[in-house]
Design a binder for this molecule. Sequence first.
Ligand code: NDP
Length: 295
Amino acid sequence: MSRTLAFLGLGAMGWPMAAQLARHSNETGGRTLVWNRSEAKAEAHAREFGSEAVTLPEVAAADVIFSCLPTSAEVDEVLEALAGHLRAGTVWVDCTSGQPEAARRQAAALAKRGVAFLDAPVSGGPMGAQAGTLAVMVGGDPAVLEQVRGDLAFAGKVVHVGGLGTGFAVKAINNTLMAVNMWAAGEGLAALVRSGVDPHAALAVINASSGRSYPTETLIPQRVLTREFPVTFQLGLLAKDTGIALNVVQDARASAPVLLQVAALYRAAAHHVGAEADYSAALQLVEQLNGVELR
Ligand code: NDP
């Protein structure tokens, strides 16, 4: 049966994710509608991938509405603007890295209109979206996930992690684990540089040893040591994610002093280095605290 899919928010992630949906629709005889706040992007997407640029109310024609916006606050805005147009039986899949509390609130508001909601944030960056290999962590009714599983053309791995809001909680903790690893690696390398060690040599052996991580293997060699800091994921968005992890810790009455500390450090880095810089540029604050450059 041909399906109509819609995607809201054609940013660094949404653009390639919606491209995967359009490719899938072209193969299955379905349609992919795209909407973006600045319309020119949606029109360019339609020209490049065969999606259809639409107005916000026209999105309501879709069987499945995907969103990938900066925070749950922007999802609230579009949800409110669309509310009067939504049709019962639609499924809303929010791929924003959002707030668990917002997922439960938004799902309750949509349920009044017969619309089901899943929180389904993603990991893998724009490259993973282009390759169709994103990891998707899904919160909500597992039966609703089965209704849309075949539509998740951008996914390499889809895992149902629990009830509403748990996808957002897992995403926030995942990104905070990456943030802990990156910050700790930056501090360790700064201490080694101050001790006269070449950071390239340090990473060459750390990456063959037990201290290695995604930041030591990929982020720091490719983005920090090159001094390129290419913007694929904004530091302000990572600081937002570590802040959501704070809420997860507090709501669960958990004891997590390292996670709390790292959230404060990334907030400081976003203020100091700039929220629109690449997330790897957080290590510029570590460099300044140590009077060294990692190059
Ligand atoms: P971008 O900043 O690249 O894109 C943001 C998108 O949201 C744009 O389409 C923008 O529209 C739209 N937007 C912003 N404000 C509003 C608003 N008030 N109303 C409607 N639309 C709005 O962000 P990313 O794609 O990087 O991130 C999106 C989400 O995905 C975030 O939650 C992020 O944490 C998460 N994420 C990001 C990853 C990455 O590597 N970049 C990886 C995994 C998750 P416009 O074009 O008009 O500005």
